[in-house]
Design a protein around this ligand. Structure first.
Ligand code: SF4
Length: 379
């Protein structure tokens, strides 16, 4: 291994260089989450982190030398990167850096689940070294737990910002204490507000993740209402929707099997999101729907000006007939549709109707069961 990388990143960090400062999740108890189950959390020493940064720098230099050797004049071209990707000898991390150079974002995402758990002075040293060694870096982002952020002072967060940390992603999931407790988030709504305000005061960009559907049938109303209330208080830069997927192997899945968690249907989740969006007010956040699990990925925009536009998109979906909503869900989960309007492009409905009939016949199941299975595979 050339340098260490963890398993996940936020969808918005698809073009970022992934660097691991800590391993796994120090909490690891959220009942819907499977990412780090069975993996122990550990901190990495500064020496290890510096060695990894040096390894990335060595790859950058090697890719540039290769470009000269292969006649690309030091440029990171598509042809050069294609050759690198095809080379069976080269390591995955080498390829990752080559693609990163080609994309030219110069964004870095620090893994894993809660890098802010590092001592502030150590994290400052690691960030400073990273920026010294790769001066072209523009943005450095990380996940952080609210319960960790509340233990940092605004001054410490400002030091991290000065060292290069530009954005923090917080998996808030819900603003409702009952839901937070039910899914063992280990965080309270009070901590969510305090942590969010501190990050904003330190002038670090704040991205809060909300999980529609997480309250199930029992807490759906309170989940959307309290989540909106908390976010109205924080006014984060980004509110990102990531619809719940109950994954086999998680404690939440066991609760579902035992009947202790009653999930919402896809249409109920859409209604919940409508309620949530309607309740957001006096904020200037950007809503994004950049997760594959979201049914209506076009529900995106800036507050306050796009609020009604987002509600209109939801209403357009909800006003369709049962059959059309089902066809849309089939098209969306099958990967073909990205917006409600596309359902009415010439020939699309007819094609989906044929697909529905063929699938029901070949699978011997109802189309709703098939759509559910398709959605489960979209992780
Ligand atoms: S804090 Fe994040 S990574 Fe850790 S268990 Fe919860 S959801 Fe998973």
């Amino acid at each position: 291994m050339l340098f260490e990388q963890g398993p996940i990143r936020p969808p918005s960090e698809a073009g970022s260089l992934l660097l691991r400062f800590t391993r796994n999740c120090p909490w690891n108890k959220c009942e819907f989450c499977i990412t780090y189950k069975g993996a122990r959390f550990s901190k990495r020493s500064l020496d290890e982190i510096f060695r990894d940064i040096d390894a990335v720098v060595a790859i950058i230099e090697d890719v540039k030398e290769r470009s000269w050797r292969e006649g690309y004049g030091g440029q990171i071209t598509r042809s050069l990167v294609s050759e690198i990707l095809r080379d069976p000898i080269l390591h995955e991390q080498y390829k990752h850096v080559a693609v990163w150079l080609y994309r030219g974002t110069y964004n870095v995402f620090i893994q894993d689940a809660n890098s802010l758990i590092m001592k502030t002075d150590e994290l400052v040293k690691a960030l400073t070294y990273l920026k010294q060694r790769i001066p072209k870096i523009k943005r450095i982002t990380s996940y952080a737990r609210a319960s960790t952020l509340v233990r940092k002072s605004v001054q410490e967060l400002k030091e991290l910002k000065d060292a290069g940390l530009t954005r923090i992603h917080v998996g808030m999931e819900s603003g409702c204490d009952k839901v937070l407790k039910f899914i063992k988030k280990g965080v309270t709504s009070k901590q969510l507000i305090e942590s969010g305000k501190k990050v904003k005061e330190a002038k670090i960009t704040l991205s809060e993740y909300i999980m529609p559907g997480l309250g199930g049938k029992e807490f759906s109303k309170e989940h959307s209402k309290s989540s909106a209330q908390i976010l109205n208080e924080i006014n984060p830069d980004f509110i990102r929707l990531r619809t719940l997927q109950v994954i086999p192997g998680t404690p939440l899945y066991d609760k579902l099997i035992k009947g202790e968690f009653k999930p919402l249907s896809e249409d109920e989740v859409v209604l919940e999101i409508r309620d949530f969006i309607s309740r957001l007010e006096n904020i200037t956040s950007t809503i994004t729907s950049d997760h594959i699990r979201n049914l209506l990925e076009e529900v995106e925009g800036n507050y306050p000006e796009d609020k009604q536009k987002m509600i209109n998109i939801i209403d357009e979906y909800l006003s369709m007939s049962d059959e059309d909503r089902q066809l849309f869900r089939l098209g969306r989960r099958g990967g073909g549709l990205r917006s409600v309007k596309e359902l009415f492009f010439p020939g699309v409905r007819e094609k989906l109707k044929r697909a529905k009939a063929e699938l029901e016949k070949s699978e011997g199941k109802s189309i709703d069961e098939i759509i559910f299975e398709m959605a489960c595979e979209m992780l």
